[in-house]
Ligand binder design. Structure first.
Ligand code: SAM
Length: 397
């Protein structure tokens, strides 16, 4: 986008209260005054029905979230400097809270006031995701700011995400910048909790690594000593490897992705630990397994795309958990993670209880966790920015 483009004026309808003043960063399609609806993605200035200025933002006519708010200051320019400052602020905030800014989520969308934009940093490699099609109007300004601040080697834009369907946006993955004109740098080694992990930013899942589990990995490491551990949906083996390094007796990791298992084995090798990684669906592993475990971690992918999926997802969790908990020793520990903003902590507790009941088991909750500090939960948009929940229970027969 060039600097000469002026924002287009739109208005919200009279009956809608202005939540923008309270910090809410979305305007829904039903809130826009019909006369002002646009046909294409645009940079806009939004006014109320009395013609009071509300905000500047990006507009997508194909999304239920019509406007994502960028600024509430009428005279603030949305230019490269604007994005440069947002990036700098996000880095400073992370430093303030002791986050390792070499290896973390640098921008977490709304929580860093860049709605719909995610940026993960893997040393000098950066991966961006545009959950908002509208924000792509400013992608060059964001790339240029990234390059100025971090002098990266390699930038990937991974927009191969289902949420893009809600924006009528194309799903694609591309290398948008390489310093050395080389494309073979997609595999790197990061430091995470003083441990090395191989990350493939082009062929891995999401942006390559799940930074959001950092605090929960710390907790699991603290209880893993001398235990027989089963890590279900282990991806590249982060929980498994940390357990092995913390003195677990035996560790087994299971994942349905053969590529994830390949990287998990590499991770075990570079950290000098022994873990048995199995390429299998959890459902098949459970059927064939004869061993009992002291600690089982279950971190499945999200089963929900919207609130409509809550009940089917609860049924699926219950089905899986009841079988998984049968593999626990008496007084064994279950660590259950849900990565969905649609499933509440209460939903999780209900599912755990009903699964226990099915097995005639009981238990205690011994730990609650959530997403790491580089994925801050923004208030007032808690429901939109909080997604990861993590519960550890002692389970007895
Ligand atoms: C949220 S990720 C797990 C992240 C991992 N625990 C970590 O900390 O890096 C979910 C994983 O579940 C795997 N998966 C999805 N469905 C599965 C299934 N039915 N059986 C086994 N693994 C599955 C995916 O390949 C993915 O690696």
């Amino acid at each position: 986008m060039n600097n000469f483009v002026e924002p287009i004026k739109i208005k919200i309808s009279k009956q809608f209260k202005n939540r923008i003043k309270n910090g809410y960063l979305w305007i829904f399609s039903n809130e826009i005054d019909h006369k002002y609806m646009l046909k294409q993605i645009s940079y806009v200035e939004v006014y109320d029905h009395k013609d009071n200025f509300l905000c500047k933002g990006v507009y997508n006519p194909h999304s239920l979230i019509s406007v994502r708010v960028l600024s509430q200051k009428k005279d603030e320019k949305i230019d490269k400097e604007f994005f440069y400052k947002k990036l700098k602020t996000a880095v400073e905030r992370r430093k303030k809270y002791g986050i390792d800014i070499m290896f973390c989520r640098i921008i977490y969308g709304e929580s860093d006031f860049l709605p719909g934009v995610v940026i993960d940093r893997y040393g000098d490699i950066f991966v961006l995701q545009f959950f908002s099609y509208g924000m792509e109007l400013f992608k060059n300004e964001i790339f240029e700011s990234l390059i100025d601040i971090f002098n990266p080697k390699f930038i990937v834009m991974n927009n191969d995400i289902y949420q893009r369907e809600l924006e009528s946006a194309p799903k694609n993955k591309e290398i948008v910048y390489t310093k050395n004109k080389s494309t073979n740098e997609s595999i790197t080694i990061i430091q995470h909790l003083d441990t090395k992990f191989v990350v493939d930013v082009l062929n891995g899942q999401k942006t390559g690594f799940y930074y959001d589990q950092l605090e929960n990995r710390k907790y699991i490491s603290s209880i893993a000593k001398d235990k027989n551990v089963l890590d279900l949906c282990c991806y590249t083996g982060s929980f498994s490897i940390l357990c092995a390094l913390s003195g677990s007796k035996n560790v087994v990791g299971v994942d349905s992705s053969s590529y994830a298992i390949k990287l998990a084995n590499e991770n075990a090798k570079i950290n000098n630990v022994k873990v048995e990684f199995i390429n299998s669906k959890v459902e098949d592993f459970v059927k064939n397994n004869k061993t009992k475990f002291d600690l089982i971690i279950f971190d499945p992918p999200s089963y929900t795309k919207s609130d409509k999926d809550i009940n089917p997802a609860k049924k699926k969790y219950e089905f899986m958990l009841s079988q998984i908990m049968k593999m626990l020793e008496d007084k064994g520990l279950l660590a259950f993670s849900v990565c969905s903003r649609h499933i509440s902590l209460e939903n999780m507790q209900e599912v755990i209880v009903s699964s226990m009941l099915k097995n005639q088991q009981k238990g205690f909750i011994i730990y609650y966790g959530g997403q790491s500090k580089d994925h801050p939960i923004y208030l007032p948009m808690r429901k939109e920015t909080e997604y990861l929940k993590f519960v550890v229970c002692e389970v007895f027969n």
